[in-house]
Design a protein around this ligand. Sequence first.
Ligand SMILES: Cc1cc2nc3c(=O)[nH]c(=O)nc-3n(C[C@H](O)[C@H](O)[C@H](O)COP(=O)(O)OP(=O)(O)OC[C@H]3O[C@@H](n4cnc5c(N)ncnc54)[C@H](O)[C@@H]3O)c2cc1C
Length: 476
Amino acid sequence: MGLMSPEQFKASLNDGRVLYYKGEKIDDVANHPELSVCVESMAVDYHMAHDPKYADLAVVYDQKLGENISRYFHVPEDANDLLKMLDLIIEGTRMGDGYIPLAHDIGADALNAISITAHAMDNKDYIERIENYRNYLKKEDLAVVAAVTCVKGDRFLRPSDENQEHPDTYVRVVDKNEEGIVVRGAKAHISGAAYSNEFFVLPCRAMTEEDADYAVAFAVPANAKGIKQVARPVKTKISEHEFPIERPVRVITDSLIIFDDVFIPWERVFLCGEWQHAAMMVYNFALMHRRTGSAYRIPLTEQLVGVAQAIAEYNGVTRAPHVREKITDLIIYLETLKALARSACQEPVMYGGIPVPNPVTTNIAKYHFAHNYHDAVKIVQDLAGGLLVTAPTYKDYTHPDLSEDLDKYLVGKAGIPTEHRLRMFDLIRRLTRSEFEAIVLHGEGSMQAERMTIYAEARKVLKECKKIAEELAEIK
Ligand SMILES: Cc1cc2nc3c(=O)[nH]c(=O)nc-3n(C[C@H](O)[C@H](O)[C@H](O)COP(=O)(O)OP(=O)(O)OC[C@H]3O[C@@H](n4cnc5c(N)ncnc54)[C@H](O)[C@@H]3O)c2cc1C
């Protein structure tokens, strides 16, 4: 079939999937008045693949298949491939006004993590299955997301611990036969699942022998029998009290996916019972995915720097030393993120024949973004001033009795129209809304998960630094 057009992608979603949104069962996600906005955000990937401007980034010619495929499904060969993927994610997210399109990127992270694990296990069946599945994705250009995070129940207990409320807090195998396996359980927060063709399901933690039934990875179509998903509510319109904007609203939902005894044929199973390898699979996914996470935070950080500079100018305060200091902090925040994300790709490590972004740097990149995000927002809100929350609305501003007064009294620096200032307040409110704070902290794993990986992966650096110290102290 080759590269899907945005229209083909939208049509492909009318597949009988079982999806609930705001208490309603949704029959046609692509034509739903609200969810269609999210589908359009996801379709950005498909637009890019057909836009000659992005041809070098978004599309790769596959020699074996003799056709163009999405870069996301191409096996990265070197640092240059990782950098191209980084730039592709950044550009896609810029096109999505700060929202990553999601049609392929996180799925590609899962695809590569499964492939690396299969090679490390030296399991010929799994290697063959994942290669066949990769070719299927390349040929059909399907949207695929990664369902990793289980609902988990009591976080301190293992999946198989009998003190868990029930045995299904982590996705597990409940039956198997010659044809395949049957799985039960639920995955939470799965971004883009409501309008994805397929899901990659991976274990979300290390497993012990007792947890063997929970060490399972597979790919499944979104409309498979027994799958039910609930998408979280999102705002798909700007409020009528804000200044109207012509550009489309971009937003993505995340789903709770319930697997109620879903049958998975063997050719789609990539881990089943090999509990020793579950940790490696989730670890490799996290490494890939934190590179993706750092990349798509760059456009959001650019927006924060942009609104801070704009509102400081509109308020006439750019010459104040503390304002320059604060904007300098934001520039350091952005440029450090960019440098870390690029460096992680430039100095990869090879796992299972695939270059993986540098584990230390890629985790520092994601941690740096999440750890400093609230401070960055604080600067933007500080520079904006109180009108950020008290400014009269667009409807007041355009009211014939008020517009002249509001234009006169809400002006900032001379020469800058009052409307520009008010529009900027609208944008800052949208950009710094509180829901982003939790998204930033938890998306791609908690900050503690990043710190643990940094410490574990920095063994070599620690050893070298200790050697330097001992040499200086002349400890023989
Ligand atoms: C907007 C958004 C999108 C997401 N998209 C996806 C997606 O597409 N696919 C996907 O698979 N996942 C996705 N996630 C899930 C994300 O990776 C998780 O939210 C994250 O791993 C944290 O897990 P949790 O939400 O269950 O929180 P918890 O695990 O409950 O964490 C809450 C706190 O408890 C701590 N904690 C948890 N367990 C332990 C423990 N055993 N010991 C000590 N401390 C512990 C954590 O460090 C954290 O501080 C998304 C999350 C968000 C918010």
